[in-house]
Design a binder for this molecule. Sequence first.
Ligand SMILES: Nc1ncnc2c1ncn2[C@@H]1O[C@H](COP(=O)(O)OP(=O)(O)OP(=O)(O)O)[C@@H](O)[C@H]1O
Ligand SMILES: [Mg+2]
Length: 274
Amino acid sequence: MSGARYDDRGNRDLSLGNAAGMGTATPVKEGGKARPSAGGPFLIGEAMTGGYGAGPDILHDCTIAVDRGEIAVIVGPNGAGKSTGMKAVFGMLNLRKGHVKLDGEDITDLSPQARVTRGMGFVPQTSNIFTSMTVQENLEMGAFIRTDDIRPTMEQIYDLFPILRDKRNQAAGELSGGQRQQVAVGRALMTQPKVLMLDEPTAGVSPIVMDELFDRIIEVARTGIPILMVEQNARQALEIADKGYVLVQGRNAYTGTGKELLADPEVRKSFLGG
Ligand SMILES: Nc1ncnc2c1ncn2[C@@H]1O[C@H](COP(=O)(O)OP(=O)(O)OP(=O)(O)O)[C@@H](O)[C@H]1O
Ligand SMILES: [Mg+2]
C-alpha cells in the first residue's frame, strides 16, 4: 500500500484534533496523564486503574479518549492492556480508580447495556458476530435496543458494505475474515451509535482488505461518528489517526497526534519497526 493514501482524509474540523496539551508526542511521565482537549473529549476513560475480578491491576492510571470528529487509535505490544482499556471504557471492568465520561456525563457506574442505550457502540476483538446466524440476522440482533423501524439503517449499512447485501442470507460464519469484520462493524452501527469503539477491526485480514476496511472506517467517521480503535497495524492506523495512544503494560507511554507519533524516533524504534 502507499503510505500517503490516508494523509488527506478531509477531516472536517482539524481544530478538534489538536487542542490543549495534545500537541506533542512526548513520553507520558511517570504518574502523568494523557491530557484531554479543553472542554473535555466526547468519550474518555480517564486515569483508569483496575483489572479483572479480584486479580491484579492491568490498567494503571490509563487514559484513552476520542473527541467529536476524530479517529483515535490505541497501539502497543501484545498484552499491553489495549483490549482491557476498551472493555473498561465500555463498562466491562470494575475500575478501582478513574472514571469514564460520555459527552461530559460520568457513566462510570453504568452497565454496558446502559452505555449502548446512551450511544456507545463496541466491536470487541473476539466473538464479535453470531456465526450460525445469517448476516441479516446479525444486523437485526445489533438493533436489539431499538423499537423504531430499523430498515433504513440496514440499508445504510448495506450501502457502506455492499458485499453484505449480496450475502445477507448466508451464515456469517461462512464469510471471509474481512467480511466478518464488516458484519461486526455493521452490527454495532445498527444501534445508531454516537461513538464507535473497535478492537482490532483488521485482525487477520490481508493488506488489501485492511486498506478497504480503513476506508470504510474513515467513511463512518465522516458521517460524524467519532471512532476509538485498537489496531495492531500501528503504522497504517496512525496514518488515519487524529490522536494516538501508545500503551505499555497498562500505562500511557506516548500520546500525540497520529503524525507526531509516526515522526517520533522512540515510538518508531520501539513500536513501528524502525
Ligand atoms: N478475561 C481476563 N481475565 C484475566 N486477565 C485477563 C483477561 N483478559 C486479559 N487479561 C490479561 O490482561 C493483560 C492485558 O491483556 P489485553 O488483552 O488487554 O492486552 P492487549 O493489549 O489487548 O493484547 P493483544 O494485542 O494481544 O490483543 C494480559 O496480561 C492478559 O493476560
Ligand atoms: Mg487486544
